[in-house]
Ligand binder design. Sequence first.
Ligand SMILES: [Zn+2]
Length: 287
Amino acid sequence: MPELPEVETVRRGLAQAMEGRLIKSVKVRRYDLRFPVPADFSDRLRGRRLMTLERRAKYLVCTFDDKTVMLAHLGMSGRMVIENRGHPNVPGQFVLKKGMHDAHEHIVFEIDNGTTIRFSDPRRFGMMLLTTTCEFSSHKLIRHLGPEPMEDTFTGPVLAARLKGKKTPIKSALLDQRVVAGVGNIYACEALYAARISPRRGAFTVQGERAARLASAVRTVLRRAIDAGGSSLRDHVAPSGELGYFQHSFSVYGREGWPCPGCDCERSVQRIVQAGRSTFLCTKRQR
Ligand SMILES: [Zn+2]
């Protein structure tokens, strides 16, 4: 499942290939994604120029010259492959893959310079919907989203206000998209470890200095992952043509039984289960 840093890396790769370009054609091979692809999807995008390709939480937000907005989500298994057939090995281009295509490629965009962008998604939990710039912020998938964790406006006081009165454990609260947008299981674990806060602590007790520490840790772990993704993209991912999936080095996530890297506790990283999902922690460091 792509987390926010992966989506941001995909966004950067796609923006480089698509921003400012005209959409020559859109082929929809399957309409039955997580939400049905609109029947007029191709017609509305054909001939449009993509002005900006941004991200909100884990959604890609593509704004076209007629104020149409395409809202895309990679779901559990979605991938974007950029194929630059006419221009192999162009420096600075992200991707380059010879004409492979598979049964899971549901939507294919062809842009005016001959590049194709293929959305493939074996499990079909991904989606591509259309809205407009006017309706975007009130869209049912967007309107309840909390603050963007990467923005400077995501501060201790902002987070504290969202956690006030919440009786759930702080780990679960971080996964709540209304508290903060786009933080998934991996980065919730990593941020709590970095902030030395126990994932079991009641969310409402994370106030003041503790909330400031957590807000800053969330930003830092995401920023580091995005930087790492950017470098692994340049180094390893381009030849395969796939964007956005790469190995990170985590402090605690997936490291049950390994030495705790950040303190002198001489214990191992532990795994507990909260709300059906694994949480990794150091019980000495995190209080
Ligand atoms: Zn420790």
